[in-house]
Design a binder for this molecule. Structure first.
Ligand SMILES: Cc1cc2nc3c(=O)[nH]c(=O)nc-3n(C[C@H](O)[C@H](O)[C@H](O)COP(=O)(O)OP(=O)(O)OC[C@H]3O[C@@H](n4cnc5c(N)ncnc54)[C@H](O)[C@@H]3O)c2cc1C
Length: 427
C-alpha cells in the first residue's frame, strides 16, 4: 500500500504517524513545499522575538522521528497536479525536477491561506500576515526597527500576538470589526475578556479598516472615518481553505470554500482523503458543513484519515468538535463545541446560561440546544480554565442534558460537601 500525503503540518504529520501505527508495512511518503519540518504556528508569536527559532519545531513529528517510523519526508517539494483516476500526483522537487508519483491512497493537508481584506494598501511594505514560519521570520527581523503595531482581528492568534508585542514594550492597537472573538464567545463573554485587556493596548471597536495608509510603506489604517497611525499593520483575520491543489486535480469545493469530507475524512473520490485547514467538515450536531481551522482539529482529523487510509473502520467522534485553549493576558480562554453564533449559522436555536465564580475570577457560558442538551461552552478564568473546559467537553461529547449532569455544584452543595467531609453525613 502506497500512501502519499501532501502537507507537513499537524494534519499531514498526524495522518502519517496514524497510518504507520495501524499498518506497519505501508509505504508512506510526506511531501511539503516548505523547507522546514512541522512546527507550531501557535508559537508564531514567539518567533516575533526569535526569528527562525527551532523551538517551534514539534519533536514528535521531526524528520528524524518520522524516519525512525519509516515515513519518508521530502521537503521543498511542491505537488502541482495529478490524475486522481490513475492514482498519480505530479511533483516538482527542490531542484526543480518534475516527476509523477503513484499512490494507492492520497491525503491532502495543504492548510489555509490568510484572509486579507481587499482594501487599498494591503500590498505595501510593512503589512504582514502570520501564516508560515517564513512570515514570522520576516516580521521578527523588522521588529527592532518598529515601535507601533496595529493588529487587525480579534481571534486567538490576534490576541496572542497583541499580548506578545505588548510584553515586548511595543505600542499596540487592535482593530476589531465587531467584538472580541465574535464567533467563539457570547457577547457578555467578549465584554468580560475586553475588561481583562491592559488599558495601554488601544482597542478600536466596531469598524473594519477601509484602507492602509501610506504610499511607500504602511503608516497605519483608516478605520471608521479616522486615521490610526502605526509602523506596521498585521492582518490576523483568519484563514480560508487552501484548495489550489484540490481544484487542480478536479476535487469539488464546498459552500464554505473547503474540500468537503465525510466523518472518515474521505472526499467525494474513494481513496482520496483531506484534512486540516483546507477542508470543510461535517458538523456532528446538524450534519451541515463547518470550517474549523485549528491545529488540534487538524491533528485529530489527520489521525482519522491515517486510520481510514489503511482500511480501518474506526470513526472517532470528536474529530469535528471545536476544542480551543489558550492563556492570554493572564486569562485562561477555553472554547468548546458551538457558541450561540456558530449554532445560529446552522439554524440551531440555543439557550445560554452563565456561571460565575468571583473567587477564581471565572465566568463560564454554557450553550444548550432546545432539548437542554449541552452543545458548547466557553470559559474565561484566572486559572483552572482547562479543568472546567474538560468537564464541559466530557458532557458535550456524551450529549448529556445539563439538568441531568450540572456542571458545577451550587455553592450550598459545595458547603454541605465540605461540612460532611469533617462532620460525617448531614443530609
Ligand atoms: C499565528 C497562528 C496562531 C495559531 N495558533 C493556534 C493555537 O494556539 N492552537 C491551535 O490549535 N491552532 C492554532 N493555529 C492554527 C493552526 O496552526 C492550523 O490550524 C494548523 O496549522 C493547520 O494544520 P494543517 O495541517 O491543515 O496545515 P498547515 O499547518 O498550514 O500545513 C500546510 C502544509 O501544506 C503544505 N503545502 C501546501 N500546498 C502544498 C503543495 N501544493 N505541495 C506541497 N506542499 C504543500 C505546506 O508546505 C505545509 O506543510 C494558529 C494559526 C496561526 C496562523
Amino acid at each position: 500500500m502506497k500512501i502519499a500525503i501532501v502537507g507537513y503540518g499537524p494534519g499531514g504529520a498526524a495522518a502519517a504517524t496514524a497510518a504507520r501505527t495501524f499498518d506497519p508495512k505501508a509505504d508512506i511518503l510526506l511531501l511539503t513545499e516548505e523547507k522546514i519540518p512541522a512546527h507550531k504556528k501557535p508559537g508564531s508569536a514567539l518567533a516575533l522575538e526569535n526569528p527562525n527559532t527551532k523551538e517551534l519545531y514539534i519533536p514528535d513529528w521531526s524528520p528524524e522521528m518520522l524516519s525512525s517510523k519509516r515515513i519518508e519526508v521530502r521537503t521543498g517539494t511542491s505537488v502541482v497536479g495529478g490524475n486522481l483516476k490513475e492514482g498519480t500526483i505530479e511533483v516538482v522537487s527542490s531542484k526543480g525536477k518534475t516527476s509523477m508519483i503513484g499512490y494507492d491512497r492520497l491525503i491532502i493537508a495543504t492548510g489555509g491561506t490568510p484572509n486579507v481584506p481587499d482594501i487599498p494598501g494591503v500590498d505595501l511594505p510593512g503589512v504582514f500576515t502570520i501564516q508560515s514560519m517564513a512570515d514570522t521570520s520576516v516580521i521578527g527581523e523588522e521588529m527592532s526597527k518598529k515601535q507601533s503595531f496595529l493588529i487587525v482581528g480579534a481571534g486567538f492568534s490576534a490576541l496572542e500576538t497583541a499580548e506578545r508585542l505588548y510584553k515586548m514594550g511595543k505600542d499596540v492597537h487592535i482593530i476589531v470589526r465587531s467584538r472580541l472573538m465574535r464567533t467563539q464567545l457570547e457577547e457578555s463573554m467578549s465584554e468580560e475578556l475586553l475588561s481583562r485587556i491592559p488599558r495601554k493596548i488601544q482597542l478600536h471597536l466596531g469598524h473594519a479598516p477601509s484602507r492602509v495608509l501610506g504610499s511607500k510603506k504602511a503608516e497605519g489604517v483608516e478605520v471608521g472615518g479616522k486615521e490610526v497611525g502605526a509602523d506596521a499593520v498585521l492582518f490576523m483575520t483568519g484563514v480560508r481553505p487552501n484548495t489550489n491543489l484540490a481544484e487542480k486535480v478536479g476535487l469539488k469545493v464546498g459552500p464554505l470554500g473547503g474540500i468537503p469530507v465525510n466523518s472518515r475524512m474521505e472526499t467525494e473520490i474513494e481513496g482520496v482523503f483531506a484534512v486540516g485547514d483546507c477542508v470543510e467538515m461535517t458538523d456532528p450536531l446538524t450534519n451541515g458543513p463547518i470550517l474549523l481551522p485549528i491545529g488540534s482539529t487538524a491533528a485529530r482529523a489527520g489521525k482519522q484519515a491515517g486510520v481510514a487510509a489503511v482500511g480501518r473502520e474506526k470513526v472517532y467522534d470528536d474529530t469535528a468538535l471545536r476544542l480551543q485553549y489558550d492563556r492570554i493576558f493572564d486569562t485562561d480562554i477555553v472554547c468548546i463545541g458551538h457558541s450561540s453564533t456558530t449554532a445560529r449559522g446552522l439554524d440551531v436555536d440555543t439557550k445560554v446560561s452563565y456561571v460565575e465564580d468571583s473567587s477564581e475570577s471565572m465566568k463560564v457560558a454554557l450553550v444548550t440546544a432546545k432539548d437542554d442538551r449541552l452543545i458548547g461552552g466557553q470559559v474565561l478564568g484566572a486559572r483552572m480554565g482547562a479543568r472546567v473546559g474538560y468537564e464541559i467537553t466530557k458532557r458535550v461529547e456524551k450529549g448529556v442534558k445539563l439538568k441531568e449532569q450540572p456542571l458545577l455544584e451550587s455553592r450550598h452543595d459545595q458547603i454541605l460537601a465540605l461540612l460532611e467531609r469533617s462532620l460525617g453525613p448531614i443530609r
